[in-house]
Ligand binder design. Structure first.
Ligand code: F6R
Length: 589
């Protein structure tokens, strides 16, 4: 969702905020804006669209203190009136999250004579701040949050205070200390290069930050210390890209992610405890959203083979409303790249409250989900900036492979290491991905088809294609085609058939025959040379991938289809890193 950054220090704030916003842009790019404080006056600049649109306006923003925001619209269209910061007299705020009771607060403020200039839920915050202020910005912000329902990360500026205040509930905020001053930001990547150390604010914390000092208060306004740690990670934003797009760079890091995740789990001190939990579980529930949920589909197959108890993958947004039955012997595994996804957090907490033991699988070690989990399994993908998840999915699959083979952990790691080599070869390959991407770009719709784990990959490949290319696509089991979907097959529709399991390959070939006989277009993606040989000349494209064991083929087939989605976006002239209407970290429900 939206990204926020704030700075108080010795340098011109506008440039620093602008650089920080570029690093946070993947969190939302409907509009961007910043307020700076100079000479006792707040100057606010904002623009619809990308952060770079702010560049010509920066010269107007003076001062060494300020707040900035990049927006993913929730309330009100992506127009300039709705862009943050929002002002009220000498106050300015930025907000990430959702204020559920904004309508009643707004009605109350309108009755008191206030005028509103946006359709956002956020603008009420600055009005309340102006009304609550009586000499202490932190106390005023605390009083305001007492009136709000929902979730928020807020940074606030007041014209007569040379610093800023922040508040959090449900949306992440980190504070940073650097040589050039002090910071607040929605995630650590925005602090890289600016701050040397950082701390994560806890729920309901309020902080008051100046160039010299950081003071943190808990929800009862008692002073508290939050532990600082070194800022780690690669810089996001244009400078950190080093490749045409983050999506390509990050697919290129799939192999590295597999190796790093294997290494981390090899030295994980609680492996035996985890295995014992899983062995005695009456049920294992896997949950996540989007790509993370798709990783759960594969995880469920792997875990069920090993542990024998029922294993269920649940979409987190559904599980929180209609939770599966759990007991004290149930293990819930919540999967989230960001560790901040509101639906996943809620589902995990609901299952934990029901008695389940909560294990999280996440790429962000300081994220919200880690703080509510009984055990945390790391995905070592490094920062993932492209909105479409790629390397984190591969890392999640690696975690599931490793925890589902405790008896043969060393040989499974060796296998994954050799599969990582194959994945690496693949990412250097462009020709077949381009050919299949061209077929996708020229089609009205694309079906991804497979059996078993190939079907799970089909579901993820379909999500990847539609989110970055906007082509309608769906993943489906090969066996289901004849039960309805064949009605849609014609020469304008492409079916991408994934075949990596010799045991079911013939059944998938049958599906190909059924599509060809209805003059549908077919691309085959296979790890089986004999399938490539038999179908190669008869279909529109056939990509023979490196040969790997069927149970580990998802690393290879998913990587190949990530490349196809990337190429399709480029062919259609779209920016694969910033698909429309999407945000990297969905912190609202
Ligand atoms: C797809 C994508 C989303 C996320 C989903 C969950 O490419 O990025 O579907 O996978 O929003 O996000 P996390 O994993 O951060 O919980």
């Amino acid at each position: 969702m939206c990204g926020i950054i704030a700075y108080a220090g010795s340098e011109r704030a506008a440039g620093i905020l602008y650089e920080g916003l570029k690093k946070l842009e993947y969190r939302g790019y409907d509009s961007a804006g910043l307020s700076t404080l100079g000479g006792g006056r707040i100057t606010t600049v904002k623009r619809v669209g990308r952060v770079e649109n702010l560049a010509p306006l920066l010269k107007d923003a003076e001062g060494c203190c300020g707040i900035g925001h990049t927006r993913w619209a929730t309330h009100g269209e992506a127009g300039s009136a709705n862009a943050h910061p929002h002002e009220y007299g000498p106050f300015s705020i930025v907000h990430n999250g959702m204020i559920e009771n904004y309508a009643e607060l707004r009605a109350e403020l309108v009755a008191l004579g206030d005028a509103f200039f946006s359709q956002t839920d956020s603008e009420v915050i600055v009005h309340l701040l102006g009304r609550e202020y009586s000499g202490d910005l932190a106390a005023a912000l605390h009083a305001v949050t007492g009136r709000l329902k929902g979730c928020w990360a807020i940074a606030a500026l007041y014209a007569s205070f040379n610093g800023f205040a922040v508040a959090r509930r449900g949306s992440p905020v980190l504070l940073g200390r650097g040589r050039r001053g002090n910071f607040a930001a929605s995630d650590m990547s925005a602090l890289v290069g600016f701050a040397e150390s950082c701390c994560v604010l806890e729920e309901d914390d309020i902080a008051l930050v100046t160039a010299e000092e950081i003071a943190v208060f808990d929800g009862a306004m008692r002073p508290v210390e939050r532990p600082f740690r070194p800022v780690e990670g690669e810089a996001g934003g244009e400078d950190g890209k080093g490749c045409a797009h983050y999506m390509l760079k990050e697919i290129g890091q799939n192999a590295r992610t597999m190796r790093a995740t294997c290494a981390a789990l090899a030295s994980f001190s609680r492996s035996e405890e985890l295995t014992a939990r899983l062995r005695s579980a009456d049920k294992i529930v896997l949950t996540g959203c989007g790509t993370a949920y798709n990783a759960c589909l594969i995880g469920a197959r792997l875990l069920e083979w090993e542990y024998g108890c029922p294993v269920r993958a649940c979409i987190a947004g559904e599980a929180r409303c209609d939770p599966p039955r759990v007991t004290r012997r149930t293990v819930c595994i919540a999967v989230s790249q960001s560790g901040e996804t509101a639906d996943t957090l809620r589902a995990a907490l609901t299952l934990r409250e029901g008695g389940a033991y909560l294990v999280s699988v996440t790429n962000v070690g300081y994220s919200a989900i880690t703080r509510v989990s009984d055990m945390v399994l790391p995905v070592c993908a490094g920062p993932e900036v492209c909105v479409a998840a790629t390397k984190s999915y591969i890392g999640q699959l690696a975690v599931f492979h490793l925890i589902s083979s405790p008896r043969t952990a060393a040989s499974r790691r060796a296998l994954l290491s050799s599969v990582a080599d194959r994945v690496e070869e693949l990412t250097a390959e462009g020709e077949y991905a381009r050919t299949i991407a061209r077929l996708c770009a020229d089609s009205r719709a694309v079906f991804f088809i497979g059996r078993g784990a190939d079907y799970d990959v089909a579901v993820e490949a379909s999500l990847k294609l539609r989110e970055v290319s906007y082509i309608f696509s769906a993943g489906m089991p090969a066996s289901e085609l004849k039960h309805g979907t064949l009605a849609l097959v014609d020469p304008t529709v492409l079916s991408v058939v994934i075949i990596s399991d010799g045991g079911t390959a013939e059944k998938c070939v049958n599906a190909v025959e059924q599509i060809l006989s209805r003059r549908g277009k077919v691309a085959v993606v296979t790890t089986l040379p004999r399938i490539a040989e038999s179908l190669g000349g008869r279909v529109d494209a056939c990509w023979l991938l490196p040969c790997v064991p069927a149970h580990a083929s998802a690393f290879v087939t998913a990587t190949a289809l990530q490349l196809v989605a990337y190429r399709a976006a480029l062919l259609l002239g779209l920016d694969p890193d910033k698909p429309r209407n999407l945000a990297k970290s969905v912190t609202v429900e």
